[in-house]
Design a protein around this ligand. Structure first.
Ligand code: TEU
Ligand code: CA
Length: 538
């Protein structure tokens, strides 16, 4: 049966975006590595047009371009081709067609800060000081004592400079040495990368996630970053410096505006940029694009402590910082951060899901979080994320294969996957959770569909409420006469709160026993970590 939605979603504000780590979603050709055909095969799970599927409105694909895979695709050697491990341009065309058929938009990863060291541009650039591509990257002589040109550090630890013997100059890499930074002050680089955006737009991409957006432009004089006076950890750690000169330069905002003007030449495009920022810095990025086709990710729900007051304060402050045309978004997890269930536990993760889908703005879901997948501990010898060997936490744990069913390798593949399948996959998998009315998956599905059918959740205002309780966070979403009240108990204990309203219909609770009942709001008692979505009468 086809349950057509009554609301036509304005996708770049109202869709739920689902991040796919293509290597780990579904293997269609039995090599243990996820691929584009695998994604196509699972599109109905994401959205088949009925409330039996998750109801996703857009997918963001971590990089699928040709790559030596030192950073699993974040090191690109050809921006205009698909890596053969994942498929071909033909498979990509098919993916676009099949996704669009299901009303799913496709967001591509745009890795503009750096290429792979195997990209022909870099191979040319490093070959001699006079090569026409020399200035496409950032080269500099050693200091007289042979040391790197300045004190900048790689996000992944150690100096951001590597000496290249061919010409005895250092090149800059904000990430791995295998990921040399492009020189965005060079016009040919800009033009070449603009062509990349055009290339994928013409192939049907609906938007981009701009990788490491804050790193794009560096100080033109390459001045040393000042030390971070509050940092007390290991030497040469990225956090030991304040990155005044190596990132976040005002010119990065101009570049963002250029990207947006390209998006603006086409219908209905969108860009979201990756930068871990506080509210004032996010505000700058919101203002970057004159045509407002772009938003920075808001990652603060990942980093904030478990504290109802602090979370409320962040959301209130964030809301207050936005202009009328800025559109918020929220993220609970991605391929760089430990999974939400691992960070906060399952009960709290259910509460956060309720928060995510009932706030104003665009929710981002990391694949597998909807079934409550956990981080796996990958033993040292089996780790695949190189970055893990360079001071930063290993990220394999949050990238394990999607758990589809209880069959061997969790239905991801029929051969041994590139990373081990989660230990608990027989309990935590799509098939099992679909038939369990109180599973995480069913909670996600219900909240997503309720949201998609609710003008007030999609378009209404947000206002948090003073309850005189430090553990309960409650807010109203309002549109015309419609009121949705969300009450979230962050405490491990029962809490009672009261509201100046009489009765409300229970739409959802995180513990589903009271669904579709009427509650009295003069005094409502919440179980530990219980959340309510209520429709308030009058
Ligand atoms: O991440 C960029 C980035 O800034 C993160 O590394 C961030 O600083 C870190 O994860 C904080 O914990 C992007 C991609 O998301 C990441 O997977 C890549 O490794 C990186 O770029 C390099 O391309
Ligand atoms: Ca495969």
């Amino acid at each position: 049966m086809n349950n057509k939605r009554k609301i036509q979603l304005n996708w770049s504000r109202e869709a739920v975006v689902y991040q796919i780590y293509p290597r780990s979603f579904k293997d269609s050709n039995n090599d243990g590595i996820g691929d584009l055909q695998g994604i196509i095969d699972k599109l109905d799970y994401l959205n088949d047009g009925t409330e039996k599927s998750l109801g996703i409105g857009a997918i963001w694909l971590s990089p699928i371009y040709k790559s030596p895979m030192v950073d699993f695709g974040y090191d690109i050697s050809d921006y205009m081709d698909i890596d053969s491990q994942y498929g071909s341009l033909e498979t990509f065309n098919k993916l676009i067609k099949e996704a669009h058929k299901r009303n799913i938009k496709v967001i591509m990863d745009f890795v503009a800060n750096h290429t792979s060291s195997k990209h022909p541009w870099f191979m040319d650039s490093r070959s001699s000081k006079t090569n026409p591509k020399r200035d496409w990257y950032i080269w500099k002589d050693p200091k007289p004592d042979g040391s790197p040109p300045n004190n900048w550090l790689s996000v992944f630890g150690g100096s951001a400079w590597t000496l290249d013997k061919t010409t005895n100059q250092y090149y800059l890499h904000s990430f791995l040495p295998e990921q040399p930074d492009l020189n965005w002050r060079n016009n040919e680089v800009k033009k070449a990368m603009e062509k990349v955006l055009e290339f994928w737009i013409h192939r049907g991409a609906d938007g981009f996630r701009s990788d490491a957006a804050y790193h794009l432009i560096k100080d033109d004089q390459l001045r040393d970053d000042p030390p971070n006076p509050t940092y007390k950890g290991v030497k040469n750690s990225y956090k030991g410096l304040i990155h005044t000169y190596s990132q976040g330069r005002p010119e990065a905002l101009e570049t963002m505006n250029t990207f947006c003007s390209i998006l603006g030449l086409h219908k209905d495009k969108y860009m979201v940029s990756e930068a871990y920022l506080d509210i004032p810095e996010m505000s700058k990025l919101y203002k970057a694009c004159s045509n407002n086709l772009h938003a920075p990710f808001n990652f603060n729900l990942i980093s904030l402590p478990w504290d109802a007051k602090l979370i409320r304060k962040h959301i209130d402050d964030f809301e207050a910082s936005l202009s009328k045309i800025d559109w918020p978004n929220y993220v609970l997890g991605n391929h760089d951060k430990p999974r939400v269930v691992t960070r906060v536990g399952e009960k709290r993760a259910r509460l956060l899901a309720m928060l995510l889908f009932t706030l104003r703005g665009m929710p981002f879901v990391y694949y597998g979080d909807e079934i409550g997948m956990k981080n796996e501990d990958i033993p040292l010898g089996k780790q695949k994320d190189l970055v893990g060997n360079r001071l930063t936490a290993n990220r394999d744990g949050e990238r394990t294969p999607m758990q589809w069913d209880e069959s061997v390798h969790a239905g991801f593949s029929i051969v041994k996957p590139w990373l081990p399948v989660g230990e608990k996959y027989k309990d935590v998998n799509v098939k099992k959770e679909l038939s369990d009315p109180i599973s995480m998956l069913r909670l996600y599905r219900q909240l997503i569909h309720y949201r998609a059918n609710s003008y007030v959740l999609l378009r209404g205002s947000y206002r948090s409420l003073d309850l005189g309780d430090n553990h309960v966070f409650a807010y109203l979403r309002e549109l015309g006469d419609e009121k949705v009240l969300v009450i979230l108990n962050f405490s491990k204990d029962e809490e009672s709160v009261s509201f100046p309203y009489q009765k409300a219909n229970v739409i959802y609770t995180t513990n589903r026993e009271k669904e579709n009942k009427i509650v009295n709001l003069k005094k409502i008692t919440l179980a530990p970590y219980q959340g309510y979505v209520l429709e308030v009468k009058g």
